[in-house]
Write a protein that binds this ligand. Sequence first.
Ligand SMILES: [Zn+2]
Length: 429
Amino acid sequence: MKPAEILSEARALLDDAIQLRRRIHRHPEIGLTLPRTQAAVLEALDALGLETRTGQRTTSVLARLAGGKPGPTILLRADMDALPLREETGLPFASEVEGAMHACGHDAHVAMLVGAARVLVRRRADLAGSVLFMFQPGEEGYHGARVMLDEGLLDGAGAPSGAFALHVTHREAAGVITTRPGPMLASGDTIQITVRGKGGHASAPHDCLDPIPVACEIVQAFQTLVTRRVNVFDPAVITIGKITAGTTRNVIPETAHLLGTVRTVSEVTRERVLEGIRRVADGIATAHGAEAAVELIRGYPVTSNDASFAGFVLDSAREVLGAERVTPMSTRSWAARTSPTCCSACRARWRTSARVPTAARCTRTTPTGCSSTRRRWPRASPCTSRWRCASSSAAARSEPPRGRPPADRIVVRPRLWGPVAQVDRAAVS
Ligand SMILES: [Zn+2]
């Protein structure tokens, strides 16, 4: 199959993709329960003759396309959920739901994945292996992928051996695909520390145990922890973003509270830093006769792309779109929140996979799509980190087993003329 033919087929589906995207955009839904979005997906897939399955605890949709030839299963993933924002774009297809908006582009992702399904169904006879289309609710911090994993996403015969996902972004020029091998998105864990001393009058600190200087010392020590105990080539970030203590000028409080985040790009460093945070906080508090209650809340893990998959995506994109539209990603993102979609199970399977399965070549038809529309954010362009959730489906999770993490991710921009469902930004927005 020549790339030009696939592009031509995809372009023929453009209007359908736009209509589906706008339908979903009008009715954004947040979290794990997205009945209208699920209904739109099922309706769009209805005529394709795919084996479909819906989630029990979420409104997820899984659809399987069995190819005409034997081969592995590759998973293609799109997230489905919206954000809790009020849309003020004034677009004719703007959100009709107060306080909800598809501002992260997931409506486009759904339409793009349906487009990929439509193109691949037409080529069922030539397809070596199967394609599993994964429509995932609850990407925006609701761990929707985890629910799907718990419900058997990667279990049983025909489980996927790799996965691809994509996300629109404004960080690249329109029509450009970018990705990178290895760690791509940092882990994001939360630090909560309560330093407990003994309150009293500010004029007699010797009769008290002031928790504030202890808390300050802990914050300072964290910076030393990062620079002295972490490999500079496998870096970490610790930021305490909030300190609260006390009520007025002349009272020493009982407690001081620290709230922060830690970001890493490897599981090794992640564990080292988390352990170090606890040790440093405990040690400093103890040294001053205080107590430190440390709570470390684990967020999404590091997202790490399989090197061969990343290379495969870039090579395929060059072949289909031209080298001028493909850019290897040079930097990682410290904005985690990526979804740990298929991670652990898929990673395990990759341990046994020596090379990219043949069927994976079909996935080169998926890096297509459009951007979300104009939007107004309550703060300065948080969308800069949006592609963090570009999260690869099966991807996610760091600590690549013997250097072979699963899956891949790609990031696309509006007006990307991909082979499956090219969506022109102007037409979409
Ligand atoms: Zn997103």
